[in-house]
Design a protein. Structure first.
Ligand SMILES: NC(=O)c1ccc[n+]([C@@H]2O[C@H](COP(=O)([O-])OP(=O)(O)OC[C@H]3O[C@@H](n4cnc5c(N)ncnc54)[C@H](OP(=O)(O)O)[C@@H]3O)[C@@H](O)[C@H]2O)c1
Length: 264
C-alpha cells in the first residue's frame, strides 16, 4: 500500500524524522518545502519556497513541521493549497483555533498531532486530535501516522496538551537516562567504549523488552529486583518520594506550563 502524497512543510529534526519513516514505507510522489534541507530522492521534489512547488501538485495531506513561531508565515505562503485540504500540524503549543486563524479564511481540515522522534525508525508515538474529519479522512491520517509508529487519537486539545510532555518530550528523558548511566559507568572506572556500550545497550534492551512484553512496567522492574538485593538498594534511592517520582512530576508540570506560555 502506498502512503498518501504529502506536502511536508519543514524538514528539520521532527519533519526529517517523519519523512525518513514515511519514505521507507513508500510515499506517493510528494513535495518537501524547506529552505535548507537536502533534496529527497525521485519521484519526490524539494521546494525552497512555496513558489517552487510544482504547478498542479495537490497533496492529499499537508504536514506542518516548522517551529511554532513560523506557523503564520508558512500557512500564509500555502494559502492556495489550503481549501478542503487536510493540514496536520505537528507544532507544539499551537491551538487549532490559532491554526484556523492563520489559514485566513481558507477552509482547511485541521488536525493537531504530537509525534516523537523515534518515528524515524518506525517506533514513534503520535497523539492526534481533530473535529474536522470524516471517517475516511480519519483513516487516511491513521494510515499515514501509523506507518511511523503507534497512533493515539484523543478527544480534546486538553488531552493532546497533556500527552505532549510525556510522549513528545519523553525520548529526551530516556536519552538523558542513557547519558547519566554512561557518566556513572565512567565514574566507577569502566573504559569509555565499554561505558558507552553498556549504557546505550541497557536503555535499548530495556525498551525492546517493554515493547515485546505484555507485563506492566512495574512488573518488569520488580522482575529485576530481588528483595534487599543490589538493584533494590539503587531503587530505594531513585524511588524515594523526593527523588525520581517528584522530579518527574515537576518536569512534566514545567513542560506543560512552558507549552501554555508558548501558546499564549
Ligand atoms: N523535535 C521534537 O522532538 C518534536 C516533537 C514533537 C513536535 N515537534 C514540533 O515539530 C516542529 C518542528 O521542530 P524541529 O525541531 O523539527 O524544527 P527545525 O529542526 O527547526 O525544522 C524546521 C525546518 O523548517 C524550515 N522552515 C521553517 N519555516 C519555513 C518556511 N516558511 N519555508 C521553508 N522552510 C521553512 C527550517 O528552515 P530554517 O532553519 O532555515 O528556518 C527548518 O529546516 C516544532 O513546531 C515542534 O514543536 C518537535
Amino acid at each position: 500500500m502506498s502512503l498518501p502524497s504529502l506536502l511536508l512543510v519543514g524538514c528539520g529534526k521532527m519533519g526529517g524524522s517523519l519523512w525518513q519513516g514515511w519514505l521507507e514505507q513508500g510515499l506517493a510522489p510528494s513535495v518537501i518545502l524547506d529552505r535548507s534541507c537536502a533534496a529527497p530522492p525521485q519521484p519526490h521534489h524539494l521546494a525552497r519556497t512555496a513558489s517552487e512547488i510544482p504547478s498542479g501538485f495537490r497533496p492529499d495531506i499537508i504536514i506542518l513541521a516548522v517551529k511554532p513561531a513560523g506557523m503564520e508565515e508558512a500557512l500564509a505562503s500555502l494559502h492556495p493549497f489550503l481549501d478542503s485540504t487536510i493540514v496536520i500540524s505537528m507544532l507544539a503549543a499551537r491551538t487549532i483555533e490559532s491554526l484556523r486563524a492563520a489559514c485566513d479564511g481558507a477552509r482547511a481540515k485541521i488536525v493537531r498531532a504530537m509525534p516523537n522522534t523515534p518515528a524515524a525508525i518506525g517506533k514513534g508515538v503520535t497523539g492526534v486530535v481533530s473535529q474536522d474529519l470524516d471517517e475516511e479522512e480519519r483513516t487516511l491520517c491513521t494510515d499515514l501516522l501509523s506507518a511511523v509508529g503507534d497512533v493515539a487519537w484523543v478527544e480534546s486539545e486538553a488531552q493532546l496538551e497533556a500527552l505532549t510532555p510525556i510522549s513528545g518530550c519523553g525520548p529526551a528523558y530516556v536519552f538523558l537516562l542513557a547519558e547519566l548511566l554512561e557518566k556513572e559507568a565512567l565514574r566507577v572506572g569502566l573504559p569509555p567504549e565499554t561505558a558507552r556500550l553498556i549504557a546505550r545497550g541497557t536503555v535499548a534492551g530495556a525498551g525492546a523488552l517493554i515493547a515485546a512484553s505484555d507485563e506492566e512496567s512495574a512488573t518488569l522492574r520488580k522482575n529485576v529486583t530481588s528483595p534487599n538485593g543490589v538493584t533494590a538498594k539503587a531503587l530505594d534511592v531513585l524511588m524515594a518520594p523526593d527523588a525520581w517520582p517528584s522530579a518527574m512530576t515537576k518536569a512534566v508540570d514545567q513542560a506543560m506550563a512552558r507549552a501554555k506560555e508558548m501558546a499564549s
